[in-house]
Design a binder for this molecule. Structure first.
Ligand SMILES: Cc1ncc(COP(=O)(O)O)c(C=O)c1O
Length: 365
């Protein structure tokens, strides 16, 4: 049996018809950038994230770059973040001229609040927690640290649309919440897309200028920025997919529940905290003999990933970064393995994946 990690094809006839219909509507009105579907999606995303405003941008990377820029983060500033993320998180900080400083992670692979304070200096301006793999960080511990040291908080919710911590949605804790809606994400476009959410009207206005070359109207450029607007076709697709999003999350959470029950004797798997909702952008095991297991599974047609290796401070672009505190992250990255768990994975496939993992450990391979 073959089990791909992700299958991005749109082969379900109903979905195909719905999405083509939404795209045809954009063809009809012809407003291909920031058309009415963008405004409609922004309103829905703001409502769902319990925030006042949402600003559509062309990627999660741009959501982060523009949020930090809107909040005045720039040259000489330090931003404390996690070492475990897609490299866009660190790049967004560095592209604004600021310096990423890497704190540690907890066993559940989100930012360790206790590792933050020792890294704070008089240059620290912001905290950038990443709700890794769809689990919201311990914001109830992170926000008081930010308040105590007068730091702004930007959430990287790229992997966490729809996740919540004790009822509060990802994106609603900090000054800005940044989402990626690229084609691999749970809430996905058919290309690149992103969104920033915020409660503040002045930040919304600034973000709207920043997403289009810093222009506040057709003529006046108030800020140095680039073009990061959201395509209408992408917004139309995301808007349609939002209708089935709870169902999609239920399928992912069902796979997660199954794997948790079946694999807990051979793997460490962080459980969802009570009263919280993880959305399982990836399903990650922590295991002994990780590399041998990966090879064993791949020989049996099961595609696995190690997300995100290498850790950001170990990337060549950031290797000269001297201030970080990432001991636990370095231990965990050697044990992590993401197995297929998307909504496209069938019950037969997940049973096959689990059976092969158990066989690997029980046969002493
Ligand atoms: C945690 C994290 N941050 C930022 C990004 C960047 O998003 P995008 O690919 O939409 O630019 C991603 C997406 O891959 C991500 O997973």
């Amino acid at each position: 049996m073959k089990v791909p990690f992700l299958d991005l094809r749109i082969i379900d006839e109903n979905e195909r018809r719905e999405l083509l219909g939404a795209i045809a509507e954009v063809f009809d009105h012809g407003r291909f950038i920031l058309g009415p579907e963008v405004a409609r999606l922004e309103q829905r995303i703001a409502r769902l994230t319990h925030t006042r405003h949402a600003v559509g941008v062309n990627s999660g990377t741009d959501a982060l770059i523009l949020s930090l820029r809107a909040l005045g983060i720039g040259p000489g500033d330090e931003v404390i973040t996690t070492p475990l993320s897609f490299i866009a998180t660190a790049n967004a900080i560095a592209l604004n001229g600021a310096h990423p400083v890497f704190a540690d992670i907890l066993d559940d692979m989100t930012l360790d609040p206790q590792s933050i304070e020792p890294l704070i200096t008089d240059k620290t301006r912001a905290l950038l927690p990443v709700h890794w793999a769809g689990r919201v960080c311990r914001m109830e511990e992170i926000l008081p640290i930010a308040r105590k040291h007068n730091l702004v908080v930007v959430e990287d919710c790229s992997q966490a649309f729809g996740a919540h911590r004790h009822g509060q949605p990802a994106g609603s804790f900090g000054a800005c919440g940044c989402f990626s809606m690229n084609t691999m994400k749970c809430l996905a476009s058919i290309g690149e897309a992103g969104m920033v959410v915020t409660d503040r009207e002045d930040w919304r206005e600034k973000l709207e200028a920043l997403r289009y070359n810093g222009l506040i109207n057709r003529e006046k450029c108030h800020y140095v920025s680039h073009n990061g607007r959201l395509d209408t076709i992408q917004a139309a697709v995301i808007d349609k997919r939002l209708n089935g999003y709870e169902h999609l999350l239920a399928q992912r959470r069902d796979h997660a529940r199954y794997y948790l029950e079946t694999l807990q004797s051979v793997a460490t798997i962080p459980k969802e905290d009570a009263g919280c909702r993880d959305i399982y952008y990836t399903f990650t095991l922590q295991v002994e003999h990780r590399d041998a297991l990966k090879e064993w599974l791949e020989q049996r047609g099961i595609e696995c990933r190690i997300q995100h290796f290498p850790l950001m401070p170990d990337q060549p672009a950031y290797r000269d970064n001297t201030r970080n505190n990432t001991r636990r992250a370095h231990e965990l990255i050697r044990r992590m393995l993401c197995i297929p768990a998307s909504e496209k994975v069938t019950v037969e496939q997940r049973e096959y994946v689990a059976a092969q993992i158990l066989k690997f450990y029980n046969s002493g391979s």
